[in-house]
Write a protein that binds this ligand. Structure first.
Ligand code: SAH
Length: 339
């Protein structure tokens, strides 16, 4: 609202136009379709995109999960998912085109990072889906958000924080920080900085290993930050926000899912105000790594539970439509290259 008020004032228009624009944009409307005076509209469109994010294609899974390919104004593509639960609908958004973190199991990082998304492009994914699903600002079809699409949110810190302020703003789509999860591969300085932003969301850290040495095998970022430093940053986040934190642990055959790993993970996390989300690796065709069996996954979960560590094994959703990180964009780009 502040930015819009300034723009409207600079254009010499009445202040109520700012509210009108805010509401129109938050409903996912293109600037050109909002009934404002022509000079204001033309002025805005000479600087800003009319429609920063457009849904290019929608794929619907047998389980109701929807996957979207979004077209950005410069022709880049990002993807997102909408998962339907009893308590509401969770949208997974991307924060960068591609990613430069280089995790060995992830499809988003196959071709590196192309560019950061702006705050408006991150928000635009949600506004476009809310609108396409028949929602509005009162009756929202997107109630929860996870920053777990392509990109490393803390590698695009300023835009992500601005996005979080926009998506939680009153009068907009107004999604509570408590209904938002941000996942990071563990950029320690940004985790600490974020603790002071006053945005009490669910901080999620991709751990995927129990020792630094093993973590370095699949996650290059482990060369920069140690697990101990990550745990310290999590403890600081809890101290500042009172929010417990979550670890993601993808079970990879022959890599991180033996009983000794489960025991070591339990020892690492026992007594901490945290929760572990286990997920069986989603196999990516460009990558060698294999998923563990369901039986092994339950065994791993059992060890954590016996040791008193709060944990759940996540259901896989939308696997028939390329639900995993970056898979859909990778397929789209390769189809486009070969056609
Ligand atoms: N860059 C952020 C957020 C994006 S990924 C991060 O690293 O946390 C969201 C989660 O999916 C992360 O935990 C990531 O490690 C995990 N992930 C990526 N590819 C996966 C795959 N093929 N199977 C299972 N989990 C995967």
């Amino acid at each position: 609202m502040e930015e819009l008020s300034r723009l409207v004032a600079e254009a010499g228009e009445k202040p109520f136009r700012a509210r009108q624009l805010f509401e129109g944009l938050m409903q996912g409307k293109a600037v050109s379709s909002i009934p404002i005076p022509a000079p204001l509209k033309e002025g805005l469109l000479s600087v800003y995109e009319d429609e920063p994010v457009r849904i290019l294609e929608t794929f619907v899974s047998r389980d109701g999960t929807k996957k979207f390919l979004f077209l950005l104004a410069d022709g880049n593509i990002v993807e997102g998912v909408l998962m339907k639960y009893k308590y509401g609908n969770t949208q997974c958004v991307s924060t960068q085109v591609g990613c430069r973190m280089g995790c060995k199991f992830c499809a988003s990082t196959l071709n590196g990072r192309v560019r950061d998304l702006t705050a408006g492009e991150i928000l635009g994914q949600i506004l476009a889906v809310n609108r396409a699903e028949g929602g509005n600002l009162k009756d929202r079809r997107v109630t929860n958000v996870v920053l777990m699409g392509s990109g490393e949110p803390f590698d695009n810190y300023e835009n992500v924080v601005k996005f979080l302020r926009l998506v939680t703003a009153e009068g907009g789509i107004h999604i509570s920080a408590r209904n938002i999860s941000l996942s990071t591969c563990g950029l320690v300085p940004e985790m600490k900085k974020f603790a002071a932003e006053g945005i009490p969301l669910n901080l999620t850290v991709s751990l995927h290993a129990v020792t630094d040495e093993e973590r370095r095998r699949t996650m290059p970022i482990a060369n920069k930050y140690k697990i101990a430093e990550i745990l310290d940053a999590c403890a600081y986040y809890f101290e500042r926000t009172g929010r417990r934190y979550i670890f993601e642990y993808s079970l990879i055959e022959g890599e991180n899912c033996d009983e000794k790993h489960a025991l070591a993970l339990a020892a690492l996390l026992q007594g901490r105000p945290c929760h572990v989300n286990l997920i069986r690796l989603n196999e990516v065709k460009e990558r060698e790594l294999k998923s563990t069996s369901e039986k092994e996954a339950y065994r791993f979960l059992g060890v954590l539970e016996r040791k008193g560590v709060s944990a759940t094994l996540r259901r896989s959703m939308g696997s028939d439509i390329g639900g995993a990180c970056g898979q859909l964009r990778a397929r789209y780009l390769s189809d486009r290259r070969s056609s």
